[in-house]
Ligand binder design. Structure first.
Ligand SMILES: [Ca+2]
Length: 343
């Protein structure tokens, strides 16, 4: 067991109990002040500062460290998924290490940056695919999002390879979850160039795509062989998720402020209306952050297939399929509330 984990396991219950114990004092602070001297409260405040200083790293130990790999361009569920990961970061369930863009739309980077900035995470590293794609996708919303980003924010996106190298090197071994919401071009490049780094640092790759004969994420832009390379050679656990088509979310974004780029993306995607759109990518984020405790079972004893004929064994350990175990209403409520959680 790593020392950090042991420290975390011992100290978290102590800090949690202390904070629960102190809560009534905090709630009745005004009336208690009438009965106790100033110096008593000075000691009390010092104790709180001490607890917060130690509680912060303890809580961080619990967070799932996530890199999002997105094709945010054609469909809008990538935008919803980015909202979900920011909300999970606000709730201390996840730490967003960076966002990597695997499409080539000229407004993609600024669109991603606009969302990060709205959630007060303008410094989130962004990676970009610097190759070319057959028939690049168009977007109904990215140009609007790009304009929402303040000119005062300098966006610097790095080549996806440099982006991954820099982030992964700085993280603990087997601590990083990559959630892929689009194409696998960046991850194929990463795996070819830094297979050892992937093996050492990546806990798990969760990929949104059809388990059998996927017709978008794993094949679009002529990338099916890149997808095969990733699925065939990824050295750590790989989880495929294809649930979410029947979950229509985003309509409640109408209640958010008009400076919210997530709201704007859904509004523009529906050509000036607020409706619900399928939630494949939000589900992938939930699978990545919450794993089986989020209402999924990682199953094996089946096969996956790509349209080029490549068939792969899903054994439930090295390769798994995330099967939903709850009702649609459960995921709908969860996603809708996360997408509308304010920063
Ligand atoms: Ca996507």
């Amino acid at each position: 067991m790593q020392p950090g984990i042991r420290y975390h396991h011992i100290s978290f219950p102590i800090f949690a109990s202390a904070l629960i114990f102190l809560r009534p004092i905090e709630e009745n602070r005004a009336s208690l002040k009438r009965h106790y001297s100033r110096s008593v409260f000075a000691v009390y405040d010092l104790a709180i500062v001490f607890l917060m200083a130690f509680a912060a790293p303890v809580c961080n130990a619990d967070m799932v460290k996530v890199i999002i790999e997105t094709d945010m361009t054609l469909d809008v569920d990538d935008v919803g998924a980015l909202a979900v990961i920011h909300a999970l970061a606000n709730r201390k369930e996840a730490e967003l290490l960076g966002v990597s863009f695997n499409e080539v739309h000229p407004d993609g980077i600024r669109g991603i940056a606009a969302i990060n900035a709205w959630y007060d995470r303008a410094n989130t590293p962004i990676g970009r695919f610097e190759g070319t794609l057959e028939e690049p996708d168009e977007s109904r919303y990215l140009n609007y999002l790009a304009k929402m980003l303040s000119e005062s924010i300098h966006v610097q996106a790095h080549n996806a390879l440099d982006f991954y190298e820099e982030i992964l090197k700085s993280q603990r071994d087997q601590s990083v979850t990559i959630v892929s919401l689009g194409f696998l071009n960046n991850l194929a490049d990463l795996l070819r160039t830094h297979p050892d780094l992937v093996q050492r640092k990546v806990l798990r790759l969760v990929a949104m795509g059809g388990r059998r004969n996927d017709n978008f994420n794993f094949v679009r832009h002529g990338l099916v062989n890149e997808s095969q390379f990733v699925i065939e050679h990824w050295p750590t656990p790989f989880v495929v998720t294809d649930f979410g088509g029947s979950l229509h979310t985003g309509a409640s974004l109408s209640s958010m402020s008009s400076d919210n780029p997530v709201r704007e993306a859904y509004f523009r995607w529906f050509d000036g209306a607020f409706k619900g759109r399928s939630s494949w990518d939000q589900i992938a984020v939930l699978v990545g952050v919450r794993g089986e405790s989020g209402g999924f079972r990682f199953e094996g004893n089946m096969t996956g297939r790509l349209r080029n004929g490549f068939t792969w064994a899903i054994d439930g350990e090295h390769r798994s399929y995330a099967r939903p175990t709850e009702s649609n209403d459960f995921y709908l409520a969860e996603i809708e509330s996360l997408m509308t959680l304010k920063p």
